[in-house]
Design a protein around this ligand. Structure first.
Ligand code: GDP
Ligand code: IMO
Ligand code: MG
Length: 425
């Protein structure tokens, strides 16, 4: 039996969707543990492209069980759209379970997300506008509505009306916006929920059974370590726990059951939204990465900010998540580069440091110190065997392994499942 966490080791979009789908061939279950439709996980199978926001990435695999667990915030309208869209394409292959204990993202959360961002002005976070912050706020405020409430319409209705009293006062008083009508929200949400009502289950007993049956379980994170609410570049973070510890909270699986944690990192770095990014490249280098890597947001279409791989932050992610290994993605994006820079330390307040607290204000004052490695100047996208990798690629990987102190067990050289090279640990 193995319980394996797939965790983003950067600011999200590391390629978790592809890696999860790929690894799922050897697992029975794939569980999304946090986040909401802010996530966009891309998978390419048989020449077809899929983008998942709530559905676990193994959903394309026949015979697997996919679970949207308690730690996720579920937008019922988004989920219904995703399920229907995949069903229409004939690709809803795995069995799906939606946790009764997950909280809901309701239309007013999305509206509040956008209004709050507007109010923050130049201090805006650059959220996806998918209602994530307001939904998690309500959860911790204990005014949230859960997936289970969809099965109890009278409770849902009562709590919705109560919440709207406060929200409407805010909309009218602070934002000068029209008030929301409970009838309209009720109808819209209950209508959408029809497409997954029969998939709702309590997750803890299901997890207990799966563990008792020695099932192989993948826990799929959304976003990335540096977007974690407690361990990321606060306040430019998301409102949940992408880190591996969040997989325990989000699924009900205790820490001592997890035996494998794969940190997924690009061979360079990207970020969408605002906040510090010490190795960001504004000129030609960043442009080339964006073009070669098609670095535009999966959920919002925004151009991603691009820069060199930051090993100070990767070491941090390896520690925070207890990574047992790394998967390095998008190696092929660096194929054209003459030389490749890697940040190994920072100059911070006059000193050279190889470890920092990635609080946003701290990172903003860090100047990267780079090691320059030779490029490989050849196409790597077609490579599937370790033995076919150019010497410079092997040196680049060995350098990361040595600096981070972890083996790189998987190398991704293209968006498709088969564009992957497994490396011996
Ligand atoms: P996720 O959110 O971590 O699942 O990542 P996204 O799907 O948002 O972003 C990763 C993007 O890179 C997607 O468009 C993937 O199809 C693509 N991708 C993943 N791995 C590779 C790779 O090794 N090479 C290239 N060129 N693209 C990749
Ligand atoms: P996946 O799972 C990259 C970013 C947003 C913003 C910040 C807060 O595809 O890796 P939010 O809407 O969560 O309140 O926005 O977090 N962000 C992501 N960036 N990938 C994601 O998900 C992201 N989800 C949120 O751009 O900076
Ligand atoms: Mg993404």
């Amino acid at each position: 039996m193995s319980v394996c966490v797939v965790v983003g080791a950067q600011w999200g979009d590391e390629g978790k969707g592809k890696i999860t789908h790929l690894l799922a061939a050897d697992y029975d279950v794939d569980v999304r543990y946090q986040g909401g439709t802010n996530a966009g996980h891309s998978v390419r199978v048989g020449g077809e492209d899929f983008r998942f926001h709530l559905l676990p990435s193994a959903i394309l695999r026949e015979g697997k069980l996919c679970i949207i667990a308690n730690g996720v915030v579920v937008d019922p309208i988004g989920l219904a759209r995703e399920i229907e869209g995949l069903r229409e394409r004939g690709w809803l292959r795995a069995e799906l379970v939606v946790a009764s204990g997950a909280h809901l993202v309701l239309p007013y959360h999305k509206l509040l997300d956008r209004l709050e961002e507007r109010l923050r002005g130049k201090d805006s976070i650059g959220t996806t506008g998918h209602g994530i912050g307001p939904a998690y706020s309500d959860k911790y405020d204990r005014s949230g509505l859960k997936v289970a409430h969809l099965l109890e319409p009278s409770v849902f209705r009562r709590r919705l009306e109560f919440n709207l009293k406060r929200i409407n006062a805010l909309l009218k008083g602070l934002y000068g916006e029209p008030e929301l009508d409970p009838d309209q929200i009720y109808d819209q949400v209950m209508g959408a929920a029809e497409s997954f009502l029969d998939l709702i289950r309590p997750v803890p007993p299901l997890m207990r059974r799966l563990l008792a049956e020695d099932r192989e379980i993948l826990l799929e994170g959304a976003q990335g370590t540096l977007l974690d609410i407690d361990y990321g570049t606060y306040p430019f973070v998301t409102s949940s726990h992408p880190v591996a510890g969040g997989a325990c909270l989000g699924t009900g699986i205790a820490p001592n059951r997890i035996d494998r944690v794969i940190g997924v990192s690009k061979a360079y770095a990207t970020r969408v939204g605002n906040g510090s990014f010490p190795t960001e490249q504004f000129g030609e280098v960043g442009e080339l990465m964006r073009r070669a890597g098609n670095e535009y947001g999966t959920t919002t279409g925004r151009p991603r900010r691009c820069g060199w791989l930051d090993l100070v932050l990767l070491r941090y992610a390896a520690f925070i998540n207890g990574c047992t290994e790394l998967a390095i993605t998008k190696l092929d994006v660096l194929d054209e580069f003459e030389e490749i820079k890697v940040c190994i330390a920072y100059r911070y307040e006059g000193e050279v440091v190889d470890e920092v607290d990635p609080d946003d204000t701290v990172l903003a004052r860090c100047e990267p110190i780079y090691e320059t490695l030779p490029g490989w100047h050849c196409e790597t996208t077609g490579i599937t065997e370790h033995s076919a990798l150019p010497r410079e690629v092997l040196d680049f990987i060995a350098f990361i392994e040595e600096q981070v102190g972890l083996p790189v067990t998987l190398l991704s050289v293209g968006p498709a499942c088969e564009q992957s090279v497994f490396l011996a640990a």
